[in-house]
Ligand binder design. Structure first.
Ligand code: DX5
Ligand code: ZN
Length: 214
């Protein structure tokens, strides 16, 4: 199981230090939540902040857009060369075009589903992406409660992926902790995002180890 700590729950007055500490603790990716105040009722980090995050670590970035006008945001952040860019399908009319725009930058494309968005909408997209991010809270804020129905969605998506894209990565985001991590692993998840569970823990290394369920 790979772990992608969400820096939304880091200490923003000393962000570089938290990014360094979580990198040393064994993070596989650094999850960056980009919110525009329109798609979700919150705003977070512009490209200049992500540039300084990138300078503090060698760990690949995992960018999660919670924004309207997705192509505009891709152009604003693409020079940071993240490993993944994830965008919400609820927001985009031309999903294939946006997937191709991300691939053209040699960035791995990923689509996100909100908790109420069904897996069947991915039937004709799943073969074209490297990852699907399933939200296990409604996006916008850290520290919310895990919605357990996502466990069935992970299983359903794993079944769909076996038929259409066996290499698909499944990432889960929202309310992830040491209690639900083993259930998510069993259901077929590959990458867990965790914000408050890691950054509120006194020992980041211990927190990451607990989430890996090894
Ligand atoms: C929520 C964000 C998450 C959030 C997760 O909109 O996408 O990445 O930071 O935080 P926790 O793990 O605290 O739910
Ligand atoms: Zn996120």
């Amino acid at each position: 199981m790979k772990i992608s700590p969400s820096i939304l729950s880091a200490n923003f007055s000393n962000l570089a230090d938290d990014v360094k500490r979580v990198s040393i603790a064994g993070a596989d990716y650094i999850h960056c939540d980009i919110m525009d105040g329109h798609f979700v009722p919150n705003m977070t980090m512009g490209p200049m902040i992500i540039e300084s995050v990138k300078k503090s670590t060698d760990v690949p970035l995992d960018i999660h857009f919670m924004v309207e006008n997705i192509p505009f945001f891709i152009d604003m952040y693409k020079h940071l060369k993240p490993e993944f860019i994830s965008f919400h399908i609820e927001e985009e009319k031309h999903i294939n075009r946006v997937i191709q725009k991300i691939r053209n930058e040699n960035i791995r494309p990923s689509v996100v589903l909100n908790p109420a968005t069904p897996v069947c909408l991915l039937e004709y997209i799943v073969a074209d992406v490297d990852m699907v991010l399933l939200m296990s809270v409604n996006p916008g804020f850290g520290g919310q409660k895990f919605i357990p129905s996502v466990l069935d969605k992970v299983k359903e998506l794993r079944n769909l992926a076996e038929k259409k894209n066996p290499n698909l990565l499944i990432e889960i985001d929202g309310g992830v902790n040491d209690k639900n991590a083993p259930l998510l692993k069993k259901a077929g998840a590959d990458i867990l995002v965790a914000g408050s569970f890691i950054f509120k823990h006194k020992d980041y290394k211990e927190a990451i180890k607990a989430l890996r369920c090894e």
